[in-house]
Design a binder for this molecule. Structure first.
Ligand SMILES: Cc1cc2nc3c(=O)[nH]c(=O)nc-3n(C[C@H](O)[C@H](O)[C@H](O)COP(=O)(O)OP(=O)(O)OC[C@H]3O[C@@H](n4cnc5c(N)ncnc54)[C@H](O)[C@@H]3O)c2cc1C
Length: 490
């Protein structure tokens, strides 16, 4: 009998496993893949090492303030072995046609840079940042409220409920409508890919929390995303827990209406393990699928109202030569054809041409990177194209499909922009910087992959179902967008 069985060894499962192990619980971690880490992995093709699932992380600075909160948490969980390297500053470069703008931290610098570039919209820019601050404060109260006793939580809801409700209902598109300059609107709306939603659907609260987290800096795990599993799995094992790879959870088992364990398939056989608690991190709908059909009917009904999140196709490129000398840096690049492409980006994922792309050079982010330089290009795509692939597990067919139109057309975007003048790190972006495709370098290794599967709230639908005004339901929200969900013995 295990204290806890956790399904899925992504960062959710790994952190839960490490925290429970540190609290003296015996944990069995089940992972269907032959590699631990979920979306956070590294893989090798030839001499090139590629990274998945992380382009930048927040909360990782070395200080004692909120800017270092996740680093401190990971220090505790992983035993102080993880290191994080800062990205260049500006850390997000927005390119719209020939127009370019670098988003820098801290917030004051971002705001000053915007005011310098768009002096006629001073009042609107100041208001945008005031709203974002208020939204973050409201969201923080929402999180605090979850951990309080009922009477105190009710007081917080009474005090801050209206603010939370307001910023959860207001969309990014509504807030952007205040700006006259389409380039300014596009800069501020360019990073919807960070939270997987179009401006018209994304709550301002979500935008403010996700993008605001980088005001204290943007970081990358030294050793790549795989460093996370490398640090956290031993914590589980040293506490008497076990990680089982190639263990595909088939059902979450109940006895007398309570959680009793998990049945999983491994090597063509079925096994059952008992536990007092089960935590599932495989996504809400996958979790429901593994529960008996009559279990948790209210929860099931709410969950089935969610619609699938967007899917992305990722193109991995390995280079020969010095891409930093050719102008690439550790900053992320958000490329859009035109200012309205930040909206069109979400509209027709079936079209062969993507109106926007995300480009990143992981090898330049990781000081411990081994092998040739690499790039990753992401485009939105339709998950329907992969529907026939048995949940995306059929690797060869997946690669064939992903080699299709959209990924191939994304390839030229990886041509390296011309060199920046002066030092590349911590250097403001020159006005003339643009991603002209004039590189002397050519990518040598390519591969493609597809990311699908998390569920996302239909924002407006969720709002009308919110059980208590001014708050967001934790269970439903957890399962949205980031793929989570938990079943627990009462
Ligand atoms: C391309 C891309 C770029 C991203 N960039 C960033 C970024 O820059 N910054 C950031 O903060 N976030 C980023 N994210 C998001 C981040 O990677 C994810 O939110 C996070 O890794 C999700 O972790 P998870 O543990 O919830 O889920 P996952 O990592 O998906 O883990 C779920 C695990 O469950 C396993 N599983 C599923 N079904 C079963 C089963 N039946 N039995 C056993 N195991 C099962 C899966 O194999 C998987 O290992 C990015 C995501 C993608 C796709």
């Amino acid at each position: 009998m295990w204290d806890v069985i956790i399904i899925g060894s992504g960062i959710s499962g790994l952190t839960a496993a490490a925290a429970l192990s540190r609290a003296g619980q015996k944990v069995l971690l089940l992972e269907q893949h032959w590699v631990a880490g979920g979306l956070t992995q590294t893989f090798k093709r030839g001499e090139w090492q590629f990274a998945t699932g992380v382009h930048y992380l927040s909360g990782m600075d070395e200080g004692n303030g909120p800017g270092g909160q996740f680093r401190r948490l990971l220090d505790w969980l992983g035993g102080d072995v993880l290191r994080f390297s800062p990205l260049a500053n500006p850390y997000d470069l927005v390119h719209i046609g020939e127009f370019a703008f670098g988003i820098a931290h801290p917030k004051a610098r971002f705001q000053t840079d915007l005011l310098a570039r768009f002096p006629d919209e001073r009042a609107e820019i100041d208001h945008w940042f005031e709203q974002a601050d208020a939204a973050v404060e409201a969201a923080s109260m929402l999180l605090v409220e979850r951990g309080l006793p009922g009477w105190l939580a009710a007081a917080v809801r009474f005090w801050k409920g209206k603010d939370i409700e307001h910023f959860a209902r207001a969309t990014v598109a509504e807030a952007l409508a205040a700006f006259r300059d389409p380039c300014l609107r596009a800069i501020l709306g360019a990073r919807g890919g960070d939270y997987g939603a179009a401006a018209a659907d994304a709550p301002l609260l979500e935008h403010a929390m996700v993008t605001g987290a980088y005001h204290a800096g943007a970081f990358y795990p030294v050793g790549g995303p795989a460093a996370l599993a490398k640090a956290l799995v031993p914590v589980l094992q040293e506490a008497g827990g076990k990680l089982l790879l190639r263990a595909d959870a088939q059902s979450i088992d109940l006895a007398d209406g309570r959680i009793a364990g998990v049945t999983y398939a491994r090597g063509g056989k079925l096994y059952s393990e008992q536990a007092r608690h089960v935590i599932s991190t495989m996504g809400l709908l996958n979790t429901l699928d593994r529960l008996p059909p009559d279990a948790a009917p209210a929860w099931r009904k709410a969950a089935l109202d969610l619609k699938p999140g967007p899917a992305y196709v990722a193109l991995y490129l390995g280079f020969e030569g010095d891409i930093a000398a050719a102008g690439a840096s550790s900053a992320n690049i958000w490329l859009y054809e035109t200012t309205d492409a930040i909206d069109r980006f979400w509209d027709h994922p079936d079209d062969a041409d993507a109106p926007g792309l995300f480009v990143s050079f992981p090898s330049l982010k990781d000081p411990a990177h081994v092998g040739g330089d690499t790039a990753e290009v992401l485009a939105l795509c339709s998950a329907d194209a992969f529907g026939a692939l048995d949940g995306g597990r059929s690797g060869r067919a997946q690669r064939r499909l992903c080699g299709g139109e959209r990924a191939n057309r994304a390839a030229p975007a990886c041509a390296i922009p011309p060199p920046l003048a002066g030092p590349r790190r911590d250097d403001p972006l020159p006005r003339s910087f643009h991603p002209a495709f004039t590189t002397p370098l050519r990518p040598h290794a390519t591969g493609v992959d597809v990311w699908t599967g998390s569920e996302r709230c239909a924002a407006r639908k969720w709002r009308t179902q919110n059980p208590h005004p001014g708050t967001r339901p934790a269970t439903r929200r957890t399962g949205c967008n980031r793929g989570g969900g938990a079943a627990k013995r009462n």
